[in-house]
Design a protein around this ligand. Structure first.
Ligand SMILES: CSC[C@H](NC(=O)[C@H](Cc1ccccc1)OC(=O)N1CCC(N)CC1)C(=O)N[C@@H](CC1CCCCC1)[C@@H](O)Cn1ccccc1=O
Length: 329
């Protein structure tokens, strides 16, 4: 039985968290975005047109003695932000930290949308959602986590994303030194392939929790905390000078004073997003006005507890008990 840990690095404004992996023999090192909101492991590859590669590391299956083409298999994915990629599939050895999966489906990109080409630090995505939404055709493939979990002490992974500092993903164990107080557990609905859960309510600042069911997903691949419009309006009604700015595509407000905390319930516990984390990023060079880290989930169909929510907590993604655990740290 094994356990593993790997450090993940926050990019500017914690816009995404990038984590090193190795693929093939000899190992080819890439840095990818671990995404609990999707279930494909895809990487920039030598099968792409040179014009679509701008600084990223690429996977070369022909340079790996352990790669084996999955004949006839293809994949195509489009994300919530409209970015997309597609290509074909190889089985190869993938290592994360000290954990190795010998025959992991590695989806080699042939095409990627401009959002990926224009993000030089990101060499691909590693999906940590449920394998039911893997896009490989004709036969969907397992995620790294699904393949490695039989070798783990216990079938779970944890996230410890931080604000402007390296965080970590642990596999197979809960590190008692990584959190304080108790873990609040809540059941997971994985019927859509996501780490879905329902929060019982929310509060703005120091007020008492309002009962309001919020159904959403824990998603490391989404930067912000995307909530129902009514809750977002209630929050920003208590932020001086906040307004919806259609040119920015969301609520903006003066960067000072610090806005109130946002609290959401997890079963009989609570998670507090400090006001200074709601200050997502300045929208002007004078740092006068800031883009909010809490925005509306309109059009998505569910809320998204993205990095703004996750980085306040130590979160346990427990596939064995099909539950999510949230703890302060
Ligand atoms: C409404 S889901 C929007 C969300 N994409 C974001 O959150 C991007 C992430 C990002 C960061 C830096 C560079 C490029 C992209 O960032 C912003 O959209 N930002 C940050 C910067 C802000 N100024 C504006 C808002 C999103 O599609 N995530 C998916 C994973 C992403 C895809 C793009 C690359 C990074 C990983 C995914 O889990 C969302 N999913 C969740 C469930 C079902 C389908 C689905 O697809």
């Amino acid at each position: 039985r094994q356990t593993g840990t790997v450090e993940t690095d926050a990019e500017k404004h914690d816009v995404e968290y990038l984590t090193p992996i190795s693929i093939g023999t000899p190992p080819q090192d890439l840095i990818v975005d671990f995404d609990t909101g999707s279930s494909d492991l895809w990487v920039f590859s030598t099968e792409m047109a040179a014009k679509d590669i701008k600084g990223q590391a690429v996977y070369d299956p022909n340079n790996s003695s352990t790669s084996e083409k999955l004949q006839g298999s293809t994949w195509q994915i489009t994300y919530g932000d409209g970015s997309s990629s597609s290509g074909d599939v190889y089985l190869d050895t993938v290592t994360i930290g000290n954990l190795t999966v010998p025959n992991q489906a590695v989806e080699a990109a042939k095409k990627v949308s401009d959002e990926f080409t224009d993000d030089p630090n990101n060499d691909g995505l590693l999906g940590l959602g449920f394998s039911s939404i893997n896009t490989v055709q004709p036969t969907p493939q397992n995620t790294f986590f699904d393949n490695v979990k039989k070798n783990l002490d216990t079938p779970l992974f944890t996230t410890d994303l931080k604000h402007g500092a390296p965080g970590s993903y642990n596999f197979g164990y809960i590190d008692p030194a990584a959190y304080i107080g108790n873990i609040s557990w809540t059941p997971v609905d994985n019927s859509q392939g996501f780490w879905g859960f329902t929060s019982p309510g929310y509060a703005v600042g120091t007020e008492t929790l309002r009962n309001h069911s919020i159904s959403g997903i824990a998603d490391t691949g989404t930067t912000l905390l995307l909530l129902p419009k009514s809750i977002v309006k209630a929050y920003y009604s208590e932020v001086q000078g906040a307004q919806y700015d259609s040119s920015q595509g969301g609520y903006v407000f003066p960067c000072s004073p610090t806005p109130p905390d946002f609290v959401f319930g997890v079963n009989n516990g609570i998670v507090t997003v400090p006001g200074d984390m709601v200050l997502y990023a300045p929208i002007d060079s004078a740092n006068q006005n800031c883009f909010g880290g809490i925005q509306s989930d309109t059009g998505i169909g569910f809320s998204i507890f993205g990095d703004v929510a996750l980085k306040t907590s130590f979160v346990v993604f427990d596939a064995g008990g099909l539950q999510l655990g949230w703890a302060a740290k």
